[in-house]
Design a protein around this ligand. Sequence first.
Ligand SMILES: Nc1nc2c(ncn2[C@@H]2O[C@H](COP(=O)(O)OP(=O)(O)OP(=O)(O)O)[C@@H](O)[C@H]2O)c(=O)[nH]1
Ligand SMILES: [Mg+2]
Length: 416
Amino acid sequence: MFSFFKKKSSPTEAPAPAPAEVPAEERRSWVDRLRSGIGLGESPAEAEPTAPEPAPAPAPVPVPVPVPVPVPASVPSPSPAPAAVVPVPAPVAEVPPATPAAAPPAIEPERRSWMDKLRNGLRKTGSSISQVFTGTQIDDALYEDLESALLMADAGVKATEFLLTDLKWRVKEAKVTDPAAVKGLLADAITDLLRPLEKPLQIGEATPTVMMVVGVNGAGKTTSIGKLTRHLADNGQKVLLAAADTFRAAAREQLAVWADRADRPDDKAVAVEIVSQESGDPSSVSFDAVVAGKSRGCDVVIADTAGRLPTQLHLMEELKKIKRVIGKAQDGAPHEVLLVVDGNTGQNALSQVRAFDDALQLTGLIITKLDGTAKGGVLAAIARERPIPVYFVGVGEKLEDLQTFNAREFAQAVLA
Ligand SMILES: Nc1nc2c(ncn2[C@@H]2O[C@H](COP(=O)(O)OP(=O)(O)OP(=O)(O)O)[C@@H](O)[C@H]2O)c(=O)[nH]1
Ligand SMILES: [Mg+2]
């Protein structure tokens, strides 16, 4: 299944232990999610490679995998969105057909704890929205209160209007009369609104797959790259990091701590390499890294860039240059341009998404810090106004705190 896995390389040095140690078993379960969520090397393009290996192993059978959270839709929904499925190769020849009545898959402990943190982080939003449904009738006052609650939750005017219209229609269709049931319908409406943001990050269609990570200062870029790198490396992917944040002297060390994994002799992890230059130019660091990634047979190259505000036009031009130069090092690269957004920035997050997207044509988002004072509604605003896939959601500083985005889980967390 991971036909392009590189041989495990032996760690040459033993630097400081990496942060946030996670037991191997938990990592594996994350890796299973990674396989289905990120689609590591399992794209159709990969399934028919010019494989030098003649052994015609049984072709992988794509199996629909339900999204990991078995939260059922609450009340009859007029537009029941099907569970998102991602094809993964079947481990064995016979695969039991997925029947609608099948018991929902158990949630991994790691995912459950992540969901608890998400729910905790969004608790304030949840209680102010839930408050709306404590009355006895469904009337204009209920919808007005809900409008205020959604606006307070950073959903923005457009998404709020959209949700209210959609909800009124659902209430009419389902003929509900109990305000408590309306909350369930709102969960369905939010889920459907957020569904377009649910898309797996694909790795392996190009070798190396080149990613460029951007965002404002302190959004969580380096930390998220570190976590993603660790997951990839633990899964046997050869990752090369470009320390293209030449602005901060400590940025390289910050990456190195996450990249280090000399203490994992039990799995198939491979060493992570870092390309950096003392006070170098970020474009040339990125160029060198991609060239090195190609020549060293890396699976993934990730460029970490310095934080900047979209209003700093010269710095935005610098990002465009990095992107152009990466394209010169490898045709079609960068394959992913990811914006990391601090979930606490409220409606400002939407302006960041717009500005960075206009400048760089983003391919994905990582929303961090939803464990803090974030209200969560901004995802609805993004879905309505700039629906760029949310690949990951971060709820803390530990490795397992970065997880794939799931629309229904998120809707449930916002309303918990
Ligand atoms: N609570 C919480 N903290 C986070 C999360 N992600 C990152 N952080 C913290 O946010 C701070 C900034 O993270 P960095 O990864 O350095 O941010 P950055 O975007 O690389 O910052 P610059 O390179 O300076 O622009 C660090 O203290 C991280 O530990 C998260 O999901 N939750
Ligand atoms: Mg950084």
